[in-house]
Structures are given as structure tokens and as C-alpha cells.
Design a protein around this ligand. Structure first.
Ligand code: NAP
Length: 494
């Protein structure tokens, strides 16, 4: 059987765009992208809440081969990143390969034909020899499990499904959650709403963000030969020192203590009321969960129209939110900054059945999350993920995208060369990789005792934290050098 396409990429965020560019470079022209939304951009398409911006410097949060020297700020806004995604999709002719408004509901490997059958709703099917999952991790909004949510009489909106028409000016607003999204949306809307009640369950460490407009001189310097490369290298070094290294060596080096000192100083500087400050101070060490980065988040709680509620929510009523102690906070609009479904069957966000009909979510449930180099799972031939377990090391997602697509393209090139129709990672290679990941996690920051107080989404139900415990250079080196014989290449469709 000849499949519809040699490769189908699922998702047209930066991961899908990056994969498509590399496929085209490799001469794999017979590929399409399936995208649920009606435009490119992924995260930056779906998350258009006020204040949305990146937390990694823009010089690192971009493709290495498509560097912009005209970012307006050190940390680009969501709008700028969305525009960058559209530009990349146009320039590299990715857009013309995308089928928008197509949601993949299920993927099943047809053993006999060695092809993937993708169900896309309405009884439609797309077949592909190879599938690249590029659906990200923060794609499935998680509404809170609070009684009465559906009875709320005002407007309810999740940060990741923001309605650009929503006008909060002069309204009484409630927001549930104080994660990285809330840290950005709260200071952005506080000046325009009449009243804002913030429902905090677990305080977040909020660290200062070295964000500012990029001065004209710096932009001119970056346009000089090697200027932007120098900026990029400095930015990559900064990211490495502030994300992957603390994450992976935080148990043996004092990153957490230093960050906590900075977090406490930031709190003291921004919040004068000691009672309020105490409520905003986390009981867990920095690094147990993703911190926020903002220069105005904490100070926003000094405003007379902003109230921090830490009493647990009992229920949501037609007119507002009632807490356990019985206070009813009236609201006309309710913002759910409650994050995303990450584990179980949420990633990838469709049912995946591999060889012999084995369900990926159940396989992970029984065997723990694992994927060879974060890309491939034994028993799931011809299927690759850009953001699989133990793939992401905490650096810029762009570094991850380029690293993992390098891995995938090496495999696909070999498959082409050998005329292989079925490519599967060997079980022993996967086990070796998984064991090495587990053996190295002891130095990670997340294993501090106080993390049990953090309510951190980093941990799955087995207690695993599927970050890749590796410095970025090692991940890059591995993607270029891993042994291709760790995969089995066969021609079974002949
Ligand atoms: P999140 O970090 O998962 O935060 C969700 C918040 O909602 C938490 O404060 C959580 O409290 C609270 N919550 C959830 N269910 C609740 C309930 N039933 N009752 C009360 N509170 C509840 O989600 P997020 O803020 O959307 O961020 C997710 C991730 O996206 C981030 O960690 C980050 O990786 C990424 N992100 C990045 C950026 C950026 O780069 N600029 C911006 C936004 C998001 P608990 O802590 O108690 O669970």
C-alpha cells in the first residue's frame, strides 16, 4: 500500500515548522502538516492573554538559522513571536504544506502495510509512512476540578484559549491560579479592571526579569558581521547558567539558595505589607516547580483594587467564588490560569496505537514515561516525537526542536538510503537510555525535600520528572552522534 504521504507532521507550532524546514532541506518533499488551529504558531497562537511574553531571551528563543536582530525587547512579546512564526512559515514555504483546522483524534500503526493511519474527525483518514508528533506539551488546557464551574453566570476564559474580544475594563474579575501564565496576566489586567481577586493555592517564586527594550546601538552592533552571533552565544550561555545547569545540578551546587535569596529580596522590595509578603512566600525551594519571572507581578498586590485570597475555594456560584470560610467574592469574569493536562493521555493529545495495537498512554502508565533520546518508543515504529519524555533539558525550546529534528532526520535519511519502510528503536537501546537518565537524576534540583510542598506539575504519578538531565552541548552532540544501529531498519512493505 502506498501511503498518502511519506511524512505527516502533527502540529504547526515552532516544532512543526522546524521539522518541516529540515524535511525540505533533506529533500523529503512529500510531507504535510496537520494543525488543529487556523494559523501557525502553536503556543503563541493559542496563548494570547494580556501580558504574554517569553521567559527566555529572544536571542535564544529563535531558530539558529533564522536569527532576527530587530527584536523589540530582550524578552519578546507573544505578539512578536506569533509574527515570527508566521514569517518563518512563509519564508520557508511551510504554510503551503499545512492543513489547518484538522485535529488528529487517533493514530494507529497498520502492521501489515507499515503505515500510520491518522483519524482526523468526520471519518476522514490520512496515511503516512512516518509521523512526527510536534504537538508541544502545554496544549491541553486543564480546567480546575471545582464544583459549580459550569454554573458561573459571567464570562469564563482559560488563559490558553483567550478571547481577544474580551474587554475586562471596569469589571470585577477573579483569577484562579498563580503559575507562570497568571504571573504575566495579573499585572497586565490589574490597572484596567475595577477589582481583581487572585485565588492562590500555592505561591510561586517570582524572580526579577532582566527585560528592557533593546537599545538602537545594540541592534546596530548585532547587524555587524558576527555581531548577532556574539549576542546569540552570550544569550545561550546565560540560558544554560539559569535553566539547565540549576535544574540538573541544583542538588550539589547552591543555585537554589542563590535564587531564593534573589526571590526574597525581590519580594521585600516589591511588597511592603509583611502579612501579604508572607502569603506570597513559597514554602518550597526554588526549582521544585517552574518559577515566574516578572518585574511587576508581586508589586501588583499592593494595589487597592487587587486582593489575594488564600483561603481554599469551596465552590463557584452563579455570581462568584465562595471560599471554605464562607466568603463570596463576586465576579463578572473568571480567568482560569490553571495550567495544562500533561500526563496520562494528554501528550500526545490523541490516542496512539503502535505495533500490535498497543496503546502508548497505557504503555507509559505501565512502564513509566520513557523514550529513546526523548524521540522514539519501542513498539511504536515510524513514530517520532519532538517533545517526548527525557528529551527536554530546560534550555530554549528552539534548541530542543533543532536537536530532536536532527535526530529524526538522521533516522529518516538512513531509512531512505536503505529503502526501509519500518523503523523501530531497539528495546535494549531504549532501556539503556532510560537507565542512564534515572542514574543521573540524583543531582537534580527537584529532589529537594521541600518539593513535596510545591504541588509541582514536574512530577508524574510515578514520581518521575521526565526532564533530560544533560547539559545542552551534550544533547546537541548526542543528536549528531547517537548510534543509528540503535534503530532497526527493515523493508516490510515490499
Ligand atoms: P501552571 O504552572 O500549571 O499553574 C497553574 C496554576 O493554577 C497553579 O498556581 C495551580 O495551583 C493553580 N490551580 C490549578 N488547579 C487549581 C484548582 N483546582 N484550585 C486552585 N488553583 C488551581 O500553569 P501555567 O501558569 O499556565 O503555566 C504552565 C507552563 O507553561 C509554565 O510552567 C511554563 O512552562 C509555561 N509558560 C511559559 C510562559 C513563558 O515562557 N513566558 C508563560 C506561561 C506559561 P498549584 O500550584 O497549587 O497546583
Amino acid at each position: 500500500m502506498r501511503p498518502d504521504h511519506e511524512v505527516v507532521v502533527i502540529g504547526a507550532g515552532f516544532a512543526g515548522i522546524g521539522a518541516s524546514i529540515r524535511l525540505t532541506d533533506a529533500g523529503i518533499d512529500d510531507h504535510v502538516l496537520l494543525e488543529e488551529g487556523d494559523d501557525v504558531g502553536g503556543t503563541w497562537y493559542w496563548n494570547q492573554y494580556p501580558g504574554v511574553a517569553v521567559d527566555i531571551p529572544s536571542f535564544s528563543y529563535q531558530f539558529s538559522f533564522e536569527r532576527r536582530t530587530d527584536w523589540s525587547r530582550v524578552y519578546a512579546s507573544g505578539k512578536e513571536l506569533y509574527a515570527y512564526a508566521r514569517e518563518c512559515a512563509e519564508k520557508y514555504r511551510v504554510r503551503e504544506r499545512i492543513r489547518f483546522g484538522v485535529r488528529v483524534e487517533a493514530a494507529a500503526f497498520d502492521d501489515d502495510a507499515a503505515v500510520w493511519r491518522l483519524q482526523t474527525g468526520g471519518g476522514n483518514e490520512v496515511t503516512a509512512r512516518f509521523v512526527i508528533g510536534a504537538t508541544g506539551v502545554f496544549s491541553q488546557p486543564k480546567p480546575p476540578d471545582i464544583p459549580g464551574l459550569e454554573r458561573f453566570g459571567g464570562v469564563t476564559v482559560h488563559t490558553a484559549r483567550w478571547d481577544p474580544e474580551l474587554d475586562l475594563a471596569g469589571k470585577r474579575v477573579a483569577i484562579i491560579g498563580t503559575g507562570a501564565s497568571a504571573v504575566q496576566v495579573i499585572p497586565a489586567i490589574a490597572p484596567v479592571v475595577e477589582h481583581l481577586t487572585v485565588f492562590q493555592r500555592t505561591p510561586i517564586w517570582c524572580l526579577p526579569k532582566p527585560d528592557r527594550p533593546i537599545p538602537g546601538l545594540a541592534r546596530r552592533l548585532m547587524r555587524l558581521p558576527l555581531g548577532d552571533l556574539a549576542g546569540r552565544l552570550a544569550s545561550q550561555a546565560f540560558v544554560e547558567a539559569t535553566f539547565p545547569l540549576p535544574l540538573h545540578f541544583g542538588a550539589v551546587l547552591p543555585f537554589s539558595k542563590l535564587a531564593e535569596r534573589s526571590g526574597r529580596a525581590h519580594l521585600r522590595q516589591q511588597v511592603r505589607d509583611p502579612v501579604l509578603r508572607k502569603k506570597l512566600t513559597p514554602a518550597y525551594a526554588v526549582g521544585c516547580k517552574r518559577p515566574g519571572f516578572h518585574n511587576r507581578y508581586l508589586a501588583t498586590f499592593n494595589r487597592s483594587n487587587v486582593e489575594l485570597e488564600t483561603d481554599p475555594i469551596e465552590r463557584i456560584t452563579k455570581t462568584g467564588i465562595r471560599t471554605k470560610e464562607g466568603t463570596l467574592h463576586r465576579a463578572e469574569a473568571l480567568i482560569l490560569a490553571t495550567g495544562f493536562r500533561l500526563f496520562d493521555d494528554a501528550n500526545p493529545p490523541f490516542v496512539v496505537r503502535g505495533a500490535g495495537g498497543v496503546d502508548l498512554a497505557s504503555w507509559w502508565d505501565e512502564n513509566r514515561l520513557q523514550a529513546y533520546e526523548g524521540v522514539s518508543v519501542p513498539g511504536f515504529p515510524n513514530f517520532f516525537t519532538v517533545l517526548g519524555p527525557y528529551g527536554y533539558n530546560g534550555a530554549s525550546y528552539f534548541t530542543l526542536i533543532e536537536t530532536q529534528t536532527r535526530h529524526i532526520l538522521r533516522v529518516l535519511r538512513r531509512a531512505r538510503k536503505q529503502g526501509a519502510t519500518r523503523v523501530e528503536v531497539r528495546r535494549e537501546a531504549n532501556e539503556r537510555y532510560f537507565r542512564s537518565m534515572l542514574a543521573r537524576r540524583g543531582t537534580q534540583i527537584v529532589w529537594q525535600d521541600s518539593c513535596s510542598l510545591a504541588n509541582s506539575y514536574y512530577f508524574d504519578k510515578h514520581g518521575d520528572v521526565p526532564f533530560r538531565p544533560s547539559p545542552t552541548l551534550e544533547t546537541i552532540w548526542r543528536s549528531a552522534r547517537f548510534d543509528l544501529d540503535d534503530y532497526r531498519f527493515e523493508d516490510v512493505a515490499a
